[in-house]
Design a protein around this ligand. Structure first.
Ligand SMILES: *[C@@H]1O[C@H](CO)[C@@H](O)[C@H](O)[C@H]1NC(C)=O
Ligand SMILES: *[C@@H]1O[C@H](CO)[C@@H](O)[C@H](O)[C@H]1NC(C)=O
Ligand SMILES: *[C@@H]1O[C@H](CO)[C@@H](O)[C@H](O)[C@H]1NC(C)=O
Ligand SMILES: *[C@@H]1O[C@H](CO)[C@@H](O)[C@H](O)[C@H]1NC(C)=O
Ligand SMILES: *[C@@H]1O[C@H](CO)[C@@H](O)[C@H](O)[C@H]1NC(C)=O
Length: 360
C-alpha cells in the first residue's frame, strides 16, 4: 500500500507538468511537410483512442510529400526513414483495412473478447502515429513516401489475426536490423522505442486472441539485413500503384527470391525436417556449397542446404518461442548481405496454432 501511494504521488507530479501546453500544432488540412501540421504523436489522443472507421491523420492523406529544400544534402538517416515510412504504410494500411472490413461483432462471433475490435482500432491509431513520426523524421531535403494500394486478402477475421501476429513479430525483427543502419544515436533509440510498441501489440494478441503465453523468450529475433525483410512486404503492394515520387522500396534491394515451405510435410518446429519452395530460382553457382542460416533470438545456426532436394532441418537447439527467420546463403553464417541468395522466411513458433508462413 505504501508503495502504491508513493507511485501515485509521482504520477500526479508528472501530469501537472503535462498540463502546460507545449504544442502549436496547426489543424489539417495544412502543409504536411511541416512538423507542426496536424496532431503531434505523444500529445494527441488521435494516435491512441480514435475509434472511427474513417482513416485518421496522416493515414487519410494521399501522395508523396515533396522535398521543400531539394538542393540541400539529405539528413543522415533520411534513407532509413524513407524505407521505414514505406514499410509503415504497409502496416498501417493493414490495420486500417481490417477496421473497415470488420466490426465488433466479427470478433465476438468467433468467441473473442468484446473489446477485440476496439484494440485493433487502437493499434491502427498507434500505427498512424508511427506514420507521422517517420514523416517528421525525414528532413525537408528528401521526399516522404506516400501510400500505395495494398492487397491483404482479409477474407476472415481468423486470417487477419494470424497475419497480424506475423506482421508484428516480423516488424520487431526489422526494427532491430535497422538499428545497424542508423547513423544518428537518436534514430537508434527511436527504433527501440517503436519496436517496444510493436511487441506490446503482439503481447496483447497472444493473451487475448490466442490464449497463449504473452512472452516470446528472453530476446526478440534479430536479423541483420533489414531491407531483405522489408522487400518481403512488397507482396502486399499492388504493382505500379505507388505515387510516382516515391523512392524505390526498399532501397537498396537485392530482389531475392522469396521463400515458403511445404507445410503438409513438416511441423516447422525446431528439430523438424523442412522443404523450402521459392518464388523464382535462386542464382546458385555450381562450385559452391549452400547453407540454410537460421536466426532465433540472438542465436544463429547454419545448416547445409541441398539445392537439389530443397530440404534441410530446423536446428533442434532452438526453443519453441517467438519466431525463427531463415535465409539461404553461400557462406555459413551469412556474414555479408551479398552472401544471401534467397529469403528471409518467417517461421512463427508462437502461437503454435499458426502454421502460416510469411514468405511467398
Ligand atoms: C484527415 O484527418 C484530419 C483529422 O484527424 C482532418 O482534419 C483532415 O481534414 C483529414 N484530411 C483529409 C484529406 O480527409
Ligand atoms: C457488423 O457487420 C455485419 C456484416 O458485415 C453486419 O451484419 C452487422 O450489422 C454489423 N454489426 C454492427 C454492430 O455494426
Ligand atoms: C464485455 O465483456 C465484459 C467481460 O466479459 C463484460 O463485463 C461486459 O459487460 C461486456 N460488454 C458488453 C458491451 O457486452
Ligand atoms: C485468400 O484467403 C482465402 C481464405 O483464407 C484463401 O482460400 C485464398 O486462397 C486466398 N487468396 C489469395 C490470393 O491468397
Ligand atoms: C528446389 O527448388 C528449385 C528452385 O525453386 C526448383 O527449381 C527445384 O525443382 C526444387 N527441387 C525439388 C526437388 O523440388
Amino acid at each position: 500500500m505504501i508503495q502504491l501511494r508513493s507511485i501515485s504521488i509521482i504520477l500526479a507530479g508528472l501530469s501537472a507538468v503535462k498540463a502546460v501546453p507545449i504544442s502549436d500544432a496547426q489543424t489539417p488540412p495544412c502543409d504536411l511537410s511541416s512538423t507542426s501540421c496536424g496532431p503531434v504523436p505523444g500529445e494527441s489522443d488521435i494516435y491512441n483512442d480514435y475509434a472511427g472507421k474513417a482513416a485518421p491523420f496522416p493515414g487519410n492523406s494521399t501522395g508523396a510529400i515533396k522535398s521543400t529544400t531539394p538542393e540541400d544534402d539529405p539528413g543522415a538517416d533520411d534513407l532509413l526513414f524513407q524505407n521505414l515510412l514505406a514499410a509503415e504504410w504497409v502496416i498501417y494500411s493493414f490495420y486500417q483495412t481490417a477496421v473497415e472490413t470488420f466490426n465488433a461483432s466479427s470478433f465476438i462471433a468467433i468467441g473473442l473478447p468484446n473489446n477485440t475490435y476496439e484494440r485493433i482500432t487502437e493499434i491502427r491509431d498507434n500505427e498512424a502515429g508511427h506514420l507521422r513520426i517517420f514523416q517528421d523524421s525525414i528532413s525537408s531535403s528528401s521526399v516522404k513516401p506516400g501510400p500505395c494500394k495494398y492487397e491483404y486478402n482479409l477474407t476472415t477475421p481468423e486470417f487477419f489475426l494470424a497475419l497480424q501476429q506475423v506482421i508484428e513479430i516480423t516488424s520487431e525483427a526489422f526494427l532491430t536490423g535497422l538499428v545497424l543502419q542508423a547513423k544518428l544515436d537518436k534514430t537508434k533509440s527511436a527504433m527501440v522505442a517503436i519496436g517496444g510498441i510493436e511487441s506490446r501489440h503482439s503481447a496483447w494478441a497472444l493473451i487475448d486472441v490466442w490464449g497463449a503465453d504473452p512472452f516470446t523468450g528472453p530476446a526478440e529475433t534479430i536479423f541483420p539485413y533489414a531491407n531483405e525483410i522489408l522487400d518481403v512486404t512488397n507482396q502486399f503492394v499492388v504493382p505500379g500503384s505507388c505515387p510516382k515520387e516515391n523512392p524505390v522500396y526498399p532501397r537498396p534491394s537485392q530482389h531475392l527470391p522469396r521463400m515458403n515451405f511445404e507445410s503438409d510435410s513438416t511441423t516447422a518446429r525446431p528439430g523438424a525436417d523442412i522443404t523450402f519452395t521459392f518464388t523464382k530460382n535462386p542464382q546458385y553457382q555450381n562450385d559452391k556449397e549452400y547453407y540454410a542460416v537460421f536466426y532465433h533470438g540472438l542465436q544463429k545456426v547454419s545448416v547445409p542446404f541441398d539445392v537439389k532436394t530443397n530440404r534441410t532441418t530446423i536446428p533442434a537447439a532452438f526453443d519453441s518461442k517467438g519466431l525463427i527467420l531463415v535465409v539461404i546463403a553461400d557462406t555459413p553464417g551469412a556474414p555479408y548481405t551479398d552472401t544471401v541468395v534467397a529469403g528471409p522466411l518467417t517461421l512463427l513458433e508462437q502461437p503454435s496454432q499458426i502454421t502460416l508462413a510469411f514468405g511467398n
